[in-house]
Design a protein. Structure first.
Length: 385
């Protein structure tokens, strides 16, 4: 063993000894006796302190460790991790255990962190002794790999657009936003891929954007900007979204014109929903205080009912707006999706791509796809070879 590795190992062992010793001590005495900080806190606050530690300290460390080990163990045998990475993986959890002993004094949490630490240290150390250092690819291989990866990401962006626009078609998804939670998460995770597709295929993207814009204006965006006199109720379908208002002010910006559809959101921001709900709660609480004494139970019922009723109200008007626009532009939406599918098939053939990418759709009336039905309005499709 090289001499320069001995010092980090000695320090790591020393930290483990302190963490284990303090945790064992904490098992025999209360947290208030162990730590002056804990003694100043009310016992009912300690679980919240531990939860704060879990979210702010433990989760980021654990996520980084798990991602690193996952990348290593994807290879067979595993990729040999650098010595410094193993030390960082091994030293972080016992330090968190020491912090917890003095901050919240909860034995179970410290014991869990130490158990987790032993598992992660063993997995990381195993890669050092049994793993292999894979040869670095040549410059040509790296360039080909980069091109292949970019093409794949571009197709993923196209597929995301297909999934999003398909979800606008009837029957519309019930909710404040136009997407289901699954589609929303997919869209958020593929923002870079969507921009990549838009930048590299501006002609088809602008064509799609122009075709989809009338539906977006009537079905997603605020009718306060251009109210339809034939839809009286829609005049009250408010859209409080500062991001969209900012984009409206940038309509003359070339970037806005080129890539506006990639920025489409739920049509109603979460922060705005909270702000409106709190405003209503304050008004109702002030009104109720004139007639009744507001206790904790009444305030709790007021808060919960306000959040639920306001959400249901905006769900109703947003869903109705999308349903009316979806009926009006049902053929246009289907043709836009079909154009994107045809273009995707063309890209795959031109670039000779061998991709195994699935497309989750709510309809199965598009050409060029092979479908597998999972349920009502639930299909998994892939491009025909």
């Amino acid at each position: 063993m090289k001499a320069k590795r001995i010092i980090p190992i000695v320090i790591l062992i020393f930290i483990y000894i302190i963490a284990i010793k303090d945790t064992i001590t904490l098992y025999h005495i209360s947290g208030a006796e162990f730590s002056i900080f804990v003694s100043y806190l009310k016992p009912e606050l300690l679980p919240y302190v531990a939860l704060f530690e879990l979210l702010i300290l433990f989760f980021p460390v654990a996520l980084s460790t798990i991602v690193t080990l996952y990348k290593s163990y994807k290879q067979s045998p595993p990729l040999k991790l650098p010595f410094n990475d193993i030390v960082m993986i091994s030293v972080s959890p016992p330090i968190l255990a020491i912090i917890n002993n003095y901050i919240s004094g909860i034995f179970i949490y410290s014991a869990f962190i130490l158990f987790y630490s032993f598992i992660m240290t063993a997995l990381a150390s195993w890669t050092f002794f049994a793993g292999e250092e894979y040869l670095n690819p040549s410059k040509t291989d790296l360039e080909n790999k980069k091109i292949e990866l970019e093409n794949k990401r571009m197709i993923e962006g196209l597929i995301t657009f297909i999934i999003e626009i398909d979800s606008f078609r009837l029957p519309v998804i019930m909710g404040v936003g136009p997407y289901s939670l699954k589609i929303r998460l997919t869209s958020l995770s593929k923002q870079e891929q969507k921009y990549l597709f838009a930048r590299r295929n501006q002609e088809i993207y602008q064509k799609i954007q122009e075709k989809i814009d009338p539906f977006l204006q009537e079905g997603i965006y605020s009718n306060l900007i251009n109210p339809d006199p034939n839809e009286y109720f829609l005049r009250y379908s408010l859209r409080f979204n500062r991001n969209y208002q900012r984009m409206i002010n940038l309509k003359n910006d070339s970037h806005y014109k080129r890539f506006r559809f990639t920025q489409i959101d739920s049509g109603f921001s979460f922060i705005s929903y909270i702000a409106i709900s709190l405003f209503v709660i304050i008004i109702l609480a002030k009104f109720m205080s004139l007639y009744v004494n507001i206790n904790q139970n009444n305030l709790f019922i007021l808060i919960i009912s306000s959040f639920i009723l306001i959400y249901l109200f905006f769900t109703f008007i947003s869903t109705r707006r999308r349903r009316i626009a979806g009926e009006k532009y049902k053929n246009d939406l289907r043709l836009v999706v079909q154009d994107l599918i045809d273009y995707g098939i063309k890209l795959i053939k031109e670039n000779d791509l061998d991709l195994d990418l699935s497309i989750k759709l709510r309809h199965n009336d598009y050409r060029g796809l092979i479908y597998e039905k999972n349920g009502k309005n639930d299909y998994v499709a892939c491009f025909e070879n």
